[in-house]
Design a protein around this ligand. Structure first.
Ligand SMILES: *[C@@H]1O[C@H](CO)[C@@H](O)[C@H](O)[C@H]1NC(C)=O
Ligand SMILES: *[C@@H]1O[C@H](CO)[C@@H](O)[C@H](O)[C@H]1NC(C)=O
Ligand SMILES: *[C@@H]1O[C@H](CO)[C@@H](O)[C@H](O)[C@H]1NC(C)=O
Length: 351
């Protein structure tokens, strides 16, 4: 544990995720599984920010009925194929690659909050045969789509066409790996994606054979730096309508990308446990699944929930984080632990 003060930062309230999900998802004809950022759009008033939330800790287990629906999960070694859509700087790519490389990094002997420790909660989930989610997550081939092959405004369907272009490219196509591949489409800060910023910062689903030729689990995450950092890069940016709430310093000096890291973590945890949207989720209706990261949206540490992000860590430069990667620090939301029946993370004070 680094010798730094713990940081507790108020967040706008995380409302009942299920209701938000149902309201918004019912507008879609396809039902991708979304990375929710529900709080800033709720426009809480100032007294709620100060007084509510502190009674809820690490999510409420009372209403959560997370169930396994017999579908496959990612039990084989996971290979992440990134599609860099639009304009990406080398330094930005490094931050995201290092986050993914940190997931399977060998555990440190010191008691330390690490990205690989965070993934251990995801590994607790199994399929019908009792096989756990793979511990091994590695970067595979990457594809650059520098010239915005499908324009600067993508729809849920055109996202699948971008993936098709990447797996059918004449030069260096991405490998086809439906069993253990995880396709991550990352869009630069000048690209709009359908419903981006309206509570949606990322989503995951699988490709349709009719469009792509294969059923491939994929996730999209956008860089919100120009469009809505107060929504998707919170708490490194804050919404304008909350006066007096100060943004926290991000650990890698890039608000948009540091914010993306938590959304990427959210989507990867859900893809691993619910790749075809028929495995681990809560809620009665499979069209509106609430998954292991949705349940812990906005929670980064002990005491999180309601209005609070929970206790985080500060480094010597004043940046806020909650886990160490191989060479960098990251702030990543917690995920649901179905054995304990609450959200957990590697920086939990009682673990
Ligand atoms: C703000 O929230 C508090 C607590 O929920 C409530 O009592 C108060 O009436 C609200 N104020 C406004 C202006 O909505
Ligand atoms: C899976 O990954 C582990 C460690 O990264 C490696 O030792 C093992 O050989 C891999 N298994 C397969 C089938 O590739
Ligand atoms: C696999 O999952 C089971 C059931 O959730 C759990 O008890 C066990 O600790 C997990 N194994 C690993 C290596 O995470």
């Amino acid at each position: 544990m680094p010798n730094v003060p713990l940081h507790r930062h108020p967040a706008p309230p995380a409302p009942v995720v299920v209701l938000t999900a149902i309201t918004i998802l019912s507008l879609f004809s396809l039902s991708p599984v979304l990375g929710w950022r529900p709080w800033p759009n709720q426009k809480p008033n100032a007294s709620e920010l100060v007084f509510s939330g502190s009674k809820k800790f690490e999510g409420s287990s009372e209403f959560v009925k997370l169930k396994y629906h017999m579908g496959p999960v990612l039990t084989a070694n996971i290979t992440v194929h990134i599609i860099w859509y639009g304009t990406w700087q080398r330094a930005q790519k490094m931050i995201i690659r290092e986050f993914i490389n940190s997931i399977s990094a060998a555990g440190s002997t010191r008691r330390q909050s690490t990205v690989s420790g965070w993934w251990k909660t995801v590994q607790l989930y199994t399929d019908q045969t009792g096989s756990n989610i793979s511990r091994s997550v590695h970067l595979g081939e990457e594809k650059n789509d520098r010239f915005y092959s499908h324009g600067k405004s993508l729809t849920r369907l055109s996202i699948q066409s971008v993936i098709k272009s990447a797996v059918t490219a004449k030069t260096r196509p991405l490998p086809i790996n439906p069993k253990s591949g995880l396709y991550l489409l990352l869009t630069s800060d000048d690209v709009y994606v359908q419903n981006f910023c309206q509570n949606v910062c990322g989503f995951h689903y699988f490709t349709f054979p009719s469009i792509v030729g294969y059923t491939l689990p994929y996730a999209w995450v956008g860089n919100s730096a120009k469009l809505c950092p107060g929504v998707c890069a919170y708490p490194f940016a804050v919404p304008d309508y909350i006066p007096g709430l100060k943004a926290l310093k991000s650990p890698n000096g890039d608000v948009g990308v540091d914010g993306m890291v938590s959304v990427i973590g959210h989507e990867m945890a859900e893809l691993a446990t619910n790749p075809l949207v028929n495995a681990w989720y809560a809620g009665e209706d499979p069209v509106f699944p609430v998954e292991i990261a949705d349940l812990c949206e906005g929670i980064y540490g002990t005491g999180g929930g309601g209005s609070y992000t929970g206790q985080m860590l500060n480094d010597a430069d004043g940046a806020t984080y909650n886990m160490m990667g191989i060479r960098r620090k990251f702030l990543v939301q917690w995920v649901w632990n179905h054995m304990l029946n609450y959200c957990t993370g590697p920086n939990a004070l009682d673990q």
